[in-house]
Write a protein that binds this ligand. Structure first.
Ligand SMILES: [Fe+2]
Length: 502
């Protein structure tokens, strides 16, 4: 491990407070870069896809060089007195100067600290955590989705960076949005200012997002497990197109898809060989298994035109694609974990508002949804919790196959539960709908919690006996200060396949 110089500089770099390195009080060091030089590690650090013995470490360098050698090290303690592993990698423009290291040989259920160094500069220290083996008594994850930069401030990221007692963050997509400045939200401006279409555009948008201090802090503090949704590509994307893609003016969709997936694989701490293939699973001992699915891009057929389109009933249409469907179903049937968490993009419960029927969701692919339910009931597979983003509103509900009666008093008929998590910042239905959520809860008892307005995050606390989801909302995201409201909770007891209002 080569000696890392001037370790005190890292924090100034990530906070952006001192800006240029020359201001950081190191006048006695003749290697001080020119004051106008940008910090090397201005996009922070991140980690992801931890296993029991491995984790992806991520950073990016900003340097006017053809190639940059980056040193990394990982330790058991924040002071790096007990080094566990270290090494060197090179990066260049082919990967947008991003750095990803798959560190192996780690110990299960252990927190680690990591940092990078390049060109005499050092990154901030990140923290990460490996998965446990055996029979953990408890696991806690934060589940988030939908961070539209233009619609406000990332209070959820700020807050979860302060949470100490969570093991990981699960991000269900819409991590970035593709729009230009003021095209969808006008509180903050984008770089680039236009809608992103090319590889260069997508890279710049990720870089822009990663300059957000709250997002950086969240990555620095927690290991992430991510999947994309549509806006990492374009609105209401499917495998060969998108609502917000015009081939006449924006070129072949396949090129945009390749560019977007490449930028995602460069900028996200995800372990993937094929940038387009992101479905994968993680084992948290025998407490839970996390299936991270791609209902958006891998196999999705085009959305039906509207709720009366007979295509909705076509059993040939799919959200997952045949191979991913088989992978998921086999994985669920074969799982030996107590809880089976299905992280995916679009709402599975039947939307109880006729006016809002959304053919982009499972409502638009009903035979595919029935195939999922059939696997749960025929085997049976118990203790499945579907984790959903995409829709910028919160819905915690029991799930019932088509044609099966649901008993509102007992929950009989329910075969699994779904937690649709709120957006971090993307807009819900607006204040006019503030009361509608509680009306739905009264009129449709399968929904134990509905909020159509507020933004926030969910903490999912799992033990072998119960799963408790805390929905945490903020009063607003439009201003830099926000108040966190008291959480609303729902509970699922093991073996019941239905919710209990918390
Ligand atoms: Fe979204």
């Amino acid at each position: 491990m080569k000696h890392l110089r001037r370790s005190f500089l890292g924090k100034a770099a990530i906070l952006g407070s001192s800006g240029a390195l020359g201001l950081a009080g190191c006048g006695d060091d003749e290697t001080t870069p020119e004051p106008e030089q940008d910090p090397i590690f201005q996009h922070g650090v991140a980690s992801g896809d931890a296993l029991v013995d491995a984790v992806i470490l991520w950073t990016r360098v900003t340097a006017e060089l053809e190639q940059v050698t980056v040193t990394w090290e990982i330790a058991e303690d924040e002071a790096f007195s007990t080094l566990v592993a270290s090494g060197e990698v090179t990066t260049n423009a082919d990967v947008d100067f991003t750095v990803k290291v798959d560190v192996t040989g780690l110990t299960p259920a252990t927190s680690y600290y990591y940092r990078f160094a390049a060109e005499g500069e050092e990154s901030v220290v990140g923290r990460t955590r490996t998965l446990p083996e055996g029979s953990p008594e408890r696991g806690r994850i934060v589940v988030v989705s939908c961070s539209s930069y233009a619609h406000g401030y990332f209070h959820a990221y700020r807050r979860l960076a302060e949470l100490d007692d969570v093991d990981a963050v699960v991000h269900l997509g819409d991590y970035i949005y593709e729009y230009g400045t003021a095209e969808y939200g006008d509180i903050r401006s984008y770089d680039p200012p236009h809608e992103i279409v090319t590889l260069e555009d997508y890279r710049r948008r990720y870089a822009h997002y990663r300059k957000d201090e709250h997002l950086q802090a969240a990555h620095q503090r927690h290991v992430f497990y991510t999947v994309w949704d549509d806006h990492e590509f374009a609105n209401n994307a499917w495998k060969d197109g998108a609502e917000n893609h015009d081939e006449a003016t924006e070129g072949p969709f396949a090129e945009r898809r390749t560019a977007a997936a490449r930028a995602y694989s460069e900028w996200m701490p995800i372990r993937t060989d094929d940038p387009l293939k992101i479905f994968r699973k993680f084992q948290y001992g025998d407490l839970f298994e996390l299936f991270m699915c791609d209902t958006r891009m891998w196999g999705r057929d085009e959305q039906a035109a509207d709720k009366d389109d007979p295509a909705i009933l076509d059993p040939e249409r799919t959200l997952l694609g045949d191979d991913q469907e088989t992978w998921l179903f086999d994985g669920l049937v074969g799982s030996t974990a107590r809880w089976k968490l299905v992280g995916q993009q679009v709402m599975m419960a039947v939307l109880p508002l006729q006016a809002l029927v959304n053919t982009d969701q499972w409502d638009g692919y009903t035979p595919a949804r029935e195939r999922f339910y059939t696997v749960l009931t025929a085997t049976p597979v118990n203790d499945v919790i579907v984790l959903t983003g995409d829709i910028h509103t919160s819905w915690a509900s029991d799930l019932t196959p088509d044609g099966v009666a649901y008993d509102p008093a007992t929950g009989d008929g329910s075969v699994a539960v779904e937690l649709v998590v709120p957006a971090i910042s993307s807009p819900g239905l607006g204040e006019l709908f503030a009361e509608v959520g509680s009306e739905i809860e009264l009129d449709h008892p399968r929904f134990k919690l509905v909020d159509l307005v507020k933004r926030g995050y969910v903490v999912l606390d799992l033990t072998p006996q119960r799963a408790e989801a805390s929905y945490v909302f903020f009063d607003q995201v439009e201003a830099e200060e926000a108040e966190e409201l008291p959480p609303r909770k729902v509970v699922v007891l093991a073996g019941e396949n239905r919710m209990t209002a918390g």
